[in-house]
Design a protein around this ligand. Structure first.
Ligand code: SF4
Ligand code: SF4
Length: 100
């Protein structure tokens, strides 16, 4: 074995360390109801794929677990009164976190 052979392994770069947040961050969404426009028809609740839109005693919709919202926008699309909007939550903070 020559000196060159011995040095081959030493020159190899060490394996990159696993980043702190290796698991992919799930996107979060904020669901907002415009109650002035809402007629409490219940369609949003019926169409929510996660069943997180509940109705209070007057029939007005509210979100039980916002973090479970997938952002599918089914509720927004089916609301006949345009009384729901879905937005990404903390888009700036999330992109900053991803950069370290
Ligand atoms: S679908 Fe629209 S109008 Fe009907 S309960 Fe939901 S927010 Fe209100
Ligand atoms: S965007 Fe989808 S998951 Fe979120 S509240 Fe509306 S229907 Fe439910």
């Amino acid at each position: 074995m020559t000196n060159n052979d011995k040095n081959t392994n030493a020159e190899k770069e060490p394996p990159a360390s696993t980043p702190k947040s290796a698991k992919k961050k799930r996107k979060l969404y904020t669901v907002t109801f415009f109650h002035n426009w809402c007629k409490s028809c219940g369609l949003c609740s019926a169409f929510c794929i996660k069943k997180i839109i509940l109705k209070d005693e007057t029939g007005r919709p509210y979100i039980e677990d916002m973090d479970s919202c997938t952002g599918c926008r089914f509720c927004e699309i089916h609301c006949p009164d345009f009384a729901i909007t879905i937005k990404n939550r903390h888009p700036v903070r999330r992109s900053t976190d991803d950069n370290g």
